[in-house]
Ligand binder design. Sequence first.
Ligand SMILES: *Cc1c(COP(=O)(O)O)cnc(C)c1O
Length: 226
Amino acid sequence: MDSNYLEIKKWCNERKVNLVAISKTHPVESITLLYKEGQRMFGENKVQEIMMKECQLPPDVQWHLVGHLQSNKVKFIAPFISLIHSVDSLKLLQEINKQALKNSRIQNVLLQVFIADENTKFGLSKEECFSLFENKETAKLKNIRIEGLMGMATNSDDEKKVRKEFKGLKKMFDTIAKKYASDNIEMKTLSMGMSSDYKIAVEEGSNMVRLGSVIFGERKAPITSL
Ligand SMILES: *Cc1c(COP(=O)(O)O)cnc(C)c1O
């Protein structure tokens, strides 16, 4: 695990790409090993799992939520979450703002955009994403900062297709970055790329990759005994 991690970390550093180690289903011990190598950004896709791990690890771990987030669970992660990658509605954004205010925090978030051709993945359509930036309600949210976009490409061996999806999201990111900048919009992060496609994603302009299995090995069954 370690040699793989160090190699990938170096690869990312050379390209100024942030590496989020996706530790879902892996035990706290595995996270600790990477922490000792200097890794600080860790990502999970479930609220319960991230809470359980957060209280067992040092306070300087930067926790990222990459999975779907329900509004009624925002309050549990609001005190500590470093970046939420998966915002897909104004309602969710408003709840995050409310909870961030309660915690006297400015919450960094990414909007998740649907770029794959599979209908199993969450996210905003391109049109929905632009209308969120246009919406006057968004501008009122003083305790959030939209710092970029997240997208997942189709799970496919067709490199051309995957590349095209990433290219599309990068284009959208650039357009938004040019057009919208305000107190709570500061576009700087483009989160795209997982174990199977991160090299393509970085070639297409990603500056944050979310890597699980290439670092930790294959996932075990989800932790359900919570
Ligand atoms: C699980 C997950 C990843 C990491 O997947 P790997 O293929 O193991 O690298 C990245 N992003 C999201 C949103 C995930 O749920």
